[in-house]
Design a protein around this ligand. Structure first.
Ligand code: ZN
Length: 435
């Protein structure tokens, strides 16, 4: 049948429309990254597979239905060590590693820990839509950071690219992307009489849109079908029509509403969970029942997860804190890490304020810091400690940075006339002082 020009054009338009529609309606990723950027990202992934614990049994995954996002609750170095070598417990027990397929650091750098064809041991006791042991059905991505602190823009960029690539490989849609806290469940305990959600808080701060990922399930299938009971806080985060975001500075601090369970989930009494009381005392989760009592946790107690063997390193030795392996500036200063009143003394001798530090994760071990300070005020002939600090010059809160690199508190200095010129003085920021 002969067709005139207009008819041909019409047919062509129709065909184009059908093609466009089928692209729009395809289940695969709605977003797309420039191919060049995706290729560059893929080449930039750091191969960490050789560091995997040789005890980790590599078993091929039969099915891949989900991509699970985690927050590591640790800095970069400690995260990489734990997921590849294994998690140490104070009892001496150690896991065999293989705790995720990928790690994404705060600067966006991405590490391949285990080849994606194998099962990673990342989801633990877990259930989604009636299926259990989600590790066997999923890829695990560990974000360096904390479930109560925002992830970085660079991390979201890398995560978006990585999810896009994996969705292409396994033909997954955006609903296949879930967080660990969405799929973890726990057995009955002192808070729950039945199997329940809420065992983990992992990655509950993951903002899907920032990684270019569409909405999650509108409901929790296992709660809906009566297999599990809901966790009120998580249900509000994931399935309430209103977006609920916990205030970041309160998020790991105990209050009437923010209980140990809300913050730590089933890790509440773990040896690796650390409770820093407002009076400076420190307990691990397994000590609370006997030494304090769960109903007697003071308000304003700070809760830190996954602290491994570092309780000693967190011991409050006054205002000067030291970054050690597994201890980040975030663990020590919390949300104040990037304030102008948080002052860092780098091992190189340089001094930086928090406001010029963009990341808590890249500070060298042995960096010391003081939180809530102003300065420096320099000791000179015409400017004595007394002139700088007033009556507080020998107070324990007044910090002296000596030319040899020592940090000394005011009450430890025996003879102020012996202080060398060039000594720097730091005063609590709320206290009135010179300058
Ligand atoms: Zn997790």
């Amino acid at each position: 049948m002969p067709v005139n020009r207009a008819g041909l054009a019409k047919q062509f338009c129709l065909a184009a429309l059908v093609v466009t529609l089928s692209i729009l309606m395809a289940p695969s990723p709605a977003r797309s990254y420039p191919r060049e950027e995706a290729a560059r990202f893929q080449r930039s992934i750091v191969d960490y597979r050789t560091r995997l614990n040789s005890r980790y049994p590599k078993v091929k995954r039969r099915k891949t239905k989900y991509i699970i996002v985690h927050t590591s609750e640790l800095g970069r170095k400690a995260t990489l060590r734990v997921v590849s070598r294994g998690k140490r417990f104070r009892s001496g027990r150690r896991t065999a590693g293989g705790h995720c397929h990928y790690v994404i650091a705060r600067d966006g750098r991405t590490y391949r820990i285990l080849d994606k064809q194998y099962v990673a041991d990342h989801a633990g006791t877990s259930m989604w839509n009636g299926e259990t042991d989600i590790s066997k059905l999923s890829i695990g991505i560990e974000m360096v950071g904390y479930h109560y602190a925002p992830l970085s823009t660079a991390q979201y960029r890398s995560l978006g690219l990585l999810i896009d690539i994996l969705q292409g490989v396994y033909n997954l849609d955006d609903r296949a992307v879930l967080t660990h806290s969405q799929v973890a469940y726990g057995y009955p305990n002192r808070w729950h009489r039945k199997n329940h959600r809420g065992r983990k808080r992992c990655a509950k701060n993951f903002e899907r849109a920032k990684a270019g990922v569409g909405p999650t399930w509108p409901y929790d299938p296992d709660v809906r079908d009566g297999r599990l009971t809901a966790d009120r806080q998580l249900a509000a985060v994931y399935y309430s029509p209103k977006a609920v975001v916990a205030a970041a500075d309160e998020a790991n601090v105990i209050s009437k509403r923010n209980t140990a369970w809300v913050i730590a989930g089933e890790d509440f009494d773990s040896t690796a969970t650390v409770y820093k009381f407002p009076d400076g005392r420190i307990f691990s989760g397994d000590q609370i029942a006997a030494k304090v009592g769960w109903d007697r946790l003071p308000a304003k107690t700070v809760v830190l997860l996954n602290q491994e063997a570092s309780v000693e390193q967190l011991k409050d030795d006054g205002p000067v804190k030291t970054i050690a392996d597994g201890v980040t500036a975030w663990s020590l200063a919390g949300r104040l890490y990037n304030r102008a009143t948080t002052i860092y003394f780098l091992p190189s001798g340089r001094i930086k304020t928090g406001s010029v530090i963009d990341d808590w994760d890249d500070l060298p071990v042995r960096t010391r810091l003081i939180v809530g300070y102003k300065g420096p005020f320099e000791l000179r002939k015409d400017q004595s400690a007394y002139r700088i600090a007033g009556k507080g010059y020998k107070a324990p809160e007044t910090i002296y940075f000596l030319p040899d690199g020592q940090l000394v508190r005011g009450h430890r200095i025996k003879d102020f006339t012996q202080l060398k010129r060039g000594t720097l003085v730091f005063l609590p920021a709320r206290q009135k002082g010179r300058g």
